[in-house]
Write a protein that binds this ligand. Structure first.
Ligand SMILES: Cc1cc2nc3c(=O)[nH]c(=O)nc-3n(C[C@H](O)[C@H](O)[C@H](O)COP(=O)(O)OP(=O)(O)OC[C@H]3O[C@@H](n4cnc5c(N)ncnc54)[C@H](O)[C@@H]3O)c2cc1C
Length: 456
């Protein structure tokens, strides 16, 4: 039995079936895909409301795209982007070597004070050294792990005596940089360093986009599993005993299997009643693993008009609502700016009424790309925090101290209950690639548990 038909659960179920095991995939929502979620606009244009980019080294995902004959195209980085700082837009080209860049920009082109840029790059280099010390499989074994885990990212940044500009890129990484959705005071330096060790920005996680949207991958996997996939089937309890598991669904139905793979975001595991109960350290780790706060914004225009001014749509900087915009237009298609409201910005934004929410987003789009940007043909605001089967995005993070206190149990199964979901991956957790890795790893664990035996 596999719980959760996101990418990880879909891959796990497919792999188990390929190994000749009988498998049922149970999904709480009335759709498959989880955080891999497509949407067709009124115009017929297909977009991703969840994840969309394919990384240059996301080999498993690239393999799936090839298997399904789905084409990808490079993200548009030609021309110059804008770094907003102290009320001014600074134009600069993209530096493809992340370590030499200031948040992806060529630092020397930004026109910022040389001493501040030098200080920023020096602090970035100090952080990169820390990242190298973190073992991807076991962050709690890093040199000085306890000290790194007990200090918040913000605390560390303050302690470096660096100025505002130098502190910004590392704070930005926690909010929008892949790990995503948390403020620098909410997690530890060890956690942020670990996210960069396992999912390095310098490997370009936003290298490609998928023609027609990444969510087609979930649709293809779900179609193949058709008869074995049940929607509107939230799992509420998992009981183990007598060599098997019993899963209770929301509708009261009980299903039996030899093992269960749970492929859902970590904090949602707390919503399942386990019997025997999860070991207390597992519960404690989950209680310290909230989801990030994240709203995805897609602004759609007749054409990517910013390109006509030599701009590439990459906007980064501490605007009130949108701290990042990226050109996501397909070649020859309409103009699309993808953007995110992350961390406390998302928390503040979701307190607003609908009209104010739109206004806040449009005001920032105009600040980034001019008045034309405030008049999109379509504006999509997808708030992942209010999705009760996700409760946030991009992924979960852990609070200070959690890795060193509870970390070693992170991937350990609970008897016949095996964990999948992107957060269980050792490489690219939080991304599609991690979801695939974790799904495959869980299938291998089931196989080991059953020794080639009966149904799951
Ligand atoms: C806005 C956004 C942007 C992103 N950008 C990118 C990107 O560009 N590139 C990238 O690689 N990644 C990106 N990601 C991350 C990526 O989407 C996820 O890492 C990946 O899709 C997670 O897959 P999963 O199967 O692990 O989890 P999920 O997709 O969360 O799937 C879990 C499933 O379990 C179901 N479920 C939960 N509880 C229960 C229950 N009790 N019973 C039954 N079912 C249950 C849920 O409904 C869900 O369908 C982004 C995510 C978001 C939201």
């Amino acid at each position: 039995m596999v719980v959760g038909a996101g990418l990880s659960g879909l891959i796990c179920a497919r792999e188990l079936r390929r190994q000749g095991l009988r498998v049922q995939l149970l999904e709480a929502r009335d759709r498959w895909g989880g955080r891999m979620h497509g949407h067709t606009c009124g115009s017929g244009l297909r977009v991703d409301l969840g994840g969309q980019w394919v990384g240059a080294t996301h080999h498993r995902l690239i393999g799936l795209l090839e298997e399904f004959g789905l084409a990808r195209y490079p993200t548009f980085y030609d021309g110059e982007g804008l770094f907003h700082w102290r009320g001014k837009a600074h134009r600069a080209g993209v530096e493809h070597d992340f370590h030499s860049s200031l948040l992806f920009f060529k630092p020397q082109e930004l026109g910022l004070p040389e001493s501040e840029v030098a200080e920023t790059l020096a602090l970035q280099a100090r952080f990169a050294e820390l990242v190298k010390q973190v073992p991807p499989q076991a962050p709690w074994e890093a040199h000085d792990a306890e000290a790194l885990d007990r200090i918040s990212i913000e605390g560390w940044l303050k302690g470096q005596g660096a100025g505002e500009l130098a502190r910004y890129p590392i704070a930005w990484l926690s909010r929008v940089g892949g790990s995503g959705g948390f403020e620098p005071h909410e997690s530890s330096l060890l956690h942020l360093a670990w996210t960069q060790a396992v999912a390095p920005q310098h490997e370009i996680p936003e290298a490609y986009l998928v023609e027609g949207g990444a969510a087609q991958v979930a649709a293809r996997l779900a179609a193949d599993l058709a008869g074995d996939l049940r929607l509107r089937a939230p799992v509420e309890a998992i009981e183990q005993g007598d060599g098997g598991v019993r899963l209770s669904l929301g509708c009261g139905e009980v299903m039996q299997a030899a093992a269960a793979v749970v492929a859902i975001p970590p904090p949602l595991r707390l919503g399942i009643h386990f019997s025997p109960a999860l070991p207390p350290q597992w519960t404690s780790l989950l209680q310290r693993s909230p989801m990030g706060s994240m709203v995805k914004v897609l602004a759609i225009y007749q054409r990517p008009f910013w390109r006509e001014r030599g701009l590439n749509g990459l906007g980064i900087g501490p605007l009130p609502t949108l701290e990042l915009t990226v050109d996501s237009s397909a070649p020859g298609g309409p103009g699309i700016l993808a953007s995110f409201i992350a961390g406390e910005r998302a928390v503040r934004w979701q307190r607003l009424g609908e009209a104010q929410r739109r206004r806040a987003v449009l005001d920032d789009l105009a600040t980034w790309w001019g008045p034309q940007a405030a008049e999109p043909d379509d504006l999509i605001l997808q708030n992942w925090n209010e999705e009760s089967w996700s409760t946030g995005a991009f992924t979960s993070f852990v609070t200070p101290g959690a890795w060193t206190t509870y970390g070693p149990i992170w991937q350990q199964p609970h008897g016949r209950v095996i964990w999948a979901g992107t957060e269980a991956a050792s490489r690219w957790p939080g991304y599609f690639e991690g979801a695939i890795e974790a799904g495959l790893a869980a299938a291998a664990q089931v196989r080991g548990l059953l020794g080639g035996g009966p149904a799951t």
